[in-house]
Design a protein around this ligand. Structure first.
Ligand SMILES: N[C@@H](CCC(=O)N[C@@H](CS)C(=O)NCC(=O)O)C(=O)O
Length: 208
């Protein structure tokens, strides 16, 4: 397997991608970028990601940005790790990964920004997430009574969905409902999760 370069900042969504990299056991070079013109916004990095954002990975000359896409890509390329879906898991795997990359992220970030969702149902119909409560209730309903996104088995979908729930509970942007709390507790036990978080924490300490 060719080497892979991982562009990140420890205080960023790069934490999601690092956990994914650890789950698949990838051998990667880490490139740390600061926020702003000396790092993510520098011309050489904008050639990799014109959005000037992390995370990004470069693998065999291919650039992958977007934490959700990085996870789906890694599960596919490192298929021997078994983190991609089987036939029975495929629907839930894609559905909930993309639900979190779209509706959930919009619902959570728009609320964090203090943006008001219109009460008018017709206007809510134009918003991919409808409204915050509808989105949160929908995810809670899916996770209730399930160990993982696809059922009994951990898959890459859990790195992405779980990261949203993990961060949401940590920052209070997702309500601490029992289904969310027990789901995240299971994920936090994983050795790849712990290895990834320990590395980012170490880097955060070094930056102080
Ligand atoms: N849609 C991207 C979002 C990435 C993103 O917004 N990253 C933030 C850090 S968490 C960033 O790099 N911000 C720098 C900037 O926009 O200047 C993903 O899911 O990976």
């Amino acid at each position: 397997m060719a080497k892979l370069v991982f562009y990140t900042n420890p205080m960023s969504r790069g934490q999601i991608a690092r956990w994914m990299l650890e789950e698949v056991g990838a051998d990667y070079d880490e490139q740390l970028l600061v926020y702003g013109p000396e790092g993510m916004a520098a011309e050489n990095y904008r050639k990799i990601n014109p959005m000037a954002k992390v995370p990004a990975i470069v693998h065999n000359g291919h650039v992958i940005t977007e934490a959700a896409a990085i996870g789906l890509y890694l599960a596919d390329v490192f298929s021997g790790r078994g983190l991609g879906p089987n036939d029975d898991e495929r629907a839930a795997y894609y559905r909930w990964t993309l639900f979190c990359a779209g509706p959930l992220e919009q619902a959570v970030t728009s609320r964090a920004m203090g943006w008001q969702t219109p009460d008018d149902p017709q206007k809510q119909g134009m918003l991919g997430f409808g409204n915050f409560d509808r989105t949160i209730d929908t995810l809670e309903h899916h996770l209730s009574g399930r160990h993982y996104v696809c059922g009994d088995r951990f898959t890459m979908a859990d790195c992405y969905v779980g990261s949203h729930v993990d961060w949401g509970l940590a920052f209070g942007t997702i309500p601490a409902r029992p289904a969310f709390k027990s789901y995240v507790e299971r994920l936090r036990e994983r050795s790849a999760y712990r290895t990834a978080k320990a590395r980012d924490q170490e880097l955060i300490e070094q930056m102080k």
